[in-house]
Design a protein around this ligand. Structure first.
Ligand SMILES: [Zn+2]
Length: 223
């Protein structure tokens, strides 16, 4: 069961890649029960299905499987947030450290995910959510455990981390999915083409530059 449902009336968590988040009930865009039931209806079965499908793209399948396996073991948790990201409203998911639970949690910002569901076809929406979870699991792999220790990363360090995570998603998921004719959100196709301009080098300084605003609301794929 990837999503442990628990009520946190004052959520305070430390993101590895951005400012500490502080959210109060007045910031909720929907009742917590609604966010939970939406995740149970649309996200939970989707993740289970694709993590168990031997025909799924390997780079995607293994990250989804890691999320479910580590959640089942209680190493990480999933949190269906009934609010938008307090700083970056367009963010759909984020891996953050929850001091109260003493573990990293993959936060799914449910109001934002529901907005995307309205904007995209069912197939594009599903692929977007699958890759959002995989993207966060790449951060988990890279940051080994995700803790609250360590200094606040610089803007360039944040950009590098996003350039790497997004780059891996493109090379290991987006490209193979497009080859199979799967339909993806425009932003993913656009970013995939952009990476080609830098010869698929995910460490290229010019590729990293694309992500300097990633931590702000300026980086909005749906604007
Ligand atoms: Zn990221």
């Amino acid at each position: 069961m990837p999503y442990n449902f628990f009520a946190i009336f004052l959520l305070f968590c430390v993101s590895i890649f951005s400012q500490p988040l502080s959210v109060e009930p007045k910031d909720y865009a929907m009742p917590i029960k609604e966010a939970e039931s939406w995740v149970l209806r649309f996200v939970h079965p989707l993740l289970l299905r694709h993590s168990k499908d031997p025909n799924e793209i390997e780079g995607l399948r293994k990250r989804l499987d890691a999320f479910i396996t580590l959640s089942d073991k209680g190493v990480i948790c999933g949190y269906p947030a009934p609010f938008y990201h307090p700083v970056k409203r367009n963010t759909v998911a984020e891996m953050s450290y929850f001091p109260k639970l003493k573990k990293p949690c993959l936060i799914l910002f449910v109001p934002r995910a529901m907005d995307i569901q309205k904007l995209e076809t069912a197939e594009k929406f599903e692929n977007y959510i699958l890759m959002a979870v995989a993207h966060e699991m790449i951060h988990y792999e890279k940051e080994k455990g995700v803790t609250q220790n360590g200094p606040q990363p610089t803007r360039l360090e944040l950009a590098k981390a996003e350039a790497t995570a997004y780059g891996i998603v493109i090379l290991e998921m987006i490209r193979p999915m497009l080859l199979r004719g799967r339909k993806l959100a425009d932003i993913d196709v656009l970013m995939s083409n952009k990476l080609r301009q830098f010869k698929d080098d995910i460490n290229s300084p010019l590729w990293v530059t694309q992500f300097l605003d990633y931590d702000t609301d300026k980086w909005n794929p749906y604007r």
